[in-house]
Design a protein around this ligand. Structure first.
Ligand code: F0G
Length: 460
């Protein structure tokens, strides 16, 4: 008889302070979700038990980061913390020039305004809501060049974030390189379910873009999670450290936008980084208009200090193992309950496939929006729609109909325990058991931009 030993992961930290949670009754939750127009973004946080809305700005800072807040140099210009952050970005990511911004979309706004001219096309490995909107507002059109497997929730492809070079080449031939200001490459593609791009694919992209004289701008919001998957899955990376892998990823790109609210473990902050002096100069002019002086970009000195420390902590191998290990734990638990989820399990959350969960609803009845509302009602767990509502409308006002109709159970970093994950999986299982009685919804209020944030719904 052979015995196999399973070695568990455990958190490489211990808890020093706790935040008490409010438990609610079903009656209270029904009132709350109705008041919120069945949109989990409009719920009051106080009415939420386990908050899996997003991993953005919701992670727990370390004692070192909290101590860093006290070291804030709140000078208007030339804060010490700016230089510390600049050094961290250069050292760990390898980009030359840094422009801090209040968060990721601040950087997206600036880079889009600088590089995109009306009529341009921006190929990318799947859209992200704010990223695409800034490209469109600058007069560009986004073109999806991710491999087909990324749109298939049951494909087991280990690198669903990869670029499909046939798709890219078709666009380059059709429009010409002069109409393509850059290729927009996200690491650990959010909308695909937190799926990584491989190093081999990035290397090939670098070669291709050098041949054609096209830039690569890197949405590095979850670059460390991507590096973890490369370490685990890609040939030749088992013994490499996350920090080395991250630096190599960045080396194949010309600049980056970062929402530091994710991987970099801060509650607010972001930046634009570039290796090009001209782009930097232009960005330094523009940041003053939209964010603040180029040495603070909308952040307090203490925020930049916490970010510099968070960047370093995010690249620790043990941290990443526990971070993604917790997400995988929830994924496996859900699968053992036959809850349909996107495979393979991604880096920042579990994406439940609402099409398979509620097969009796059409996409116009908002299956993912409906499921998110039901999960809240069941248990006080807050999740997010990532389907037709998030996809929005194109320039002609027509709805995008994305293939993926998902509910994202996003896990904040270093915040919840394994027992919380058990409660989440069990609550979702209860909803699954009564799914046949769940009806869809209609949208009764639709905002013009990024409608998922504020849209309101009613039950059919
Ligand atoms: N890029 C990606 C891949 C993101 O996931 C986000 C934010 C941004 C850019 C924008 O950054 O919020 O700092 O302005 N994603 C959050 C989420 C909102 O919940 O996925 P931001």
């Amino acid at each position: 008889m052979s015995t196999t030993y399973h070695r568990s992961w455990a958190e490489p930290y211990k808890i020093k302070m706790v935040e008490l949670l409010k438990m609610t009754t079903r009656g209270q939750r029904l009132r709350a979700i109705k008041e919120a127009g069945f949109n989990t973004f409009l719920l009051k946080s106080e009415d939420v038990y386990i908050d899996l809305l997003t991993d953005s700005g919701t992670s727990a800072m370390s004692d070192r980061q909290w101590a860093g807040l006290m070291m804030g140099d709140e000078a208007y210009a030339g804060s010490r913390n700016f230089y510390r952050l600049e050094k961290a970005v250069q050292q760990y990511y390898g980009y030359k020039y840094l422009i801090p911004t209040h968060q990721g979309r601040g950087a997206e706004n600036i880079i889009s305004k600088i590089l995109i001219k009306p009529g341009d096309v921006i190929p990318g490995n799947m859209y992200f809501t704010t990223t695409r909107l800034h490209q469109e507002l600058a007069g560009g059109t986004f073109a999806d060049i991710i491999i087909d497997e990324a749109h298939d929730p049951v494909s087991e492809h280990p690198f669903k974030g990869n670029v499909d070079f046939d798709k890219l080449d078709r666009i380059v031939k059709q429009y010409g390189a002069s109409k393509i200001p850059y290729i927009s490459i996200a690491t650990n593609v959010n909308m695909a379910g937190g799926q990584p791009i491989s190093m081999a694919n990035l290397r090939e992209l670098r070669e291709y873009t050098h041949q054609h004289g096209i830039r690569v701008i890197h949405d590095m919001t979850r670059v460390a999670e991507n590096a973890y998957f490369i370490q685990q899955r890609e040939e030749g990376f088992k013994k490499r450290h996350i920090r080395d892998i991250v630096k190599e990823i960045c080396s194949y790109t010309d600049g980056a936008t970062m929402s530091a609210k994710k991987d970099a473990l801060v509650n607010i902050g972001g930046f634009l980084a570039t290796n090009e002096w001209d782009v930097f100069e232009e960005a330094r002019n523009m940041v003053v208009v939209y964010e603040g002086l180029h040495t603070y970009g909308g952040l307090a000195g203490r925020d930049m200090e916490a970010m510099a420390i968070g960047i370093e902590e995010s690249l620790d191998d043990n941290h990443m193992h526990a971070r993604v290990g917790q997400v995988e734990y929830l994924g496996h638990k859900m699968e053992s309950f036959d809850i349909p989820i996107v495979r393979p399990v991604g880096g920042h959350g579990i994406f439940v496939d609402a099409r398979r969960f509620l097969p009796h609803l059409t996409q116009d009845e908002f299956p993912a929006q409906t499921l998110a509302a039901e999960v809240y009602l069941e248990s006080g767990i807050r999740t997010m729609e990532r389907g037709i509502v998030s996809a929005g409308r194109n320039a002609d006002g027509e709805n995008y109909y994305p293939k993926l109709e998902l509910v994202r159970f996003t896990i904040p970093r270093r915040v919840y325990t394994q027992a919380h994950m058990d409660v989440v999986a069990e609550a979702t299982q209860v909803v699954l058991k009564r799914r046949n009685r769940i009806k869809g919804m209609k949208m009764v209020y639709e905002p013009k931009y990024l409608r998922f944030f504020q849209a309101r719904f009613e039950r059919l």
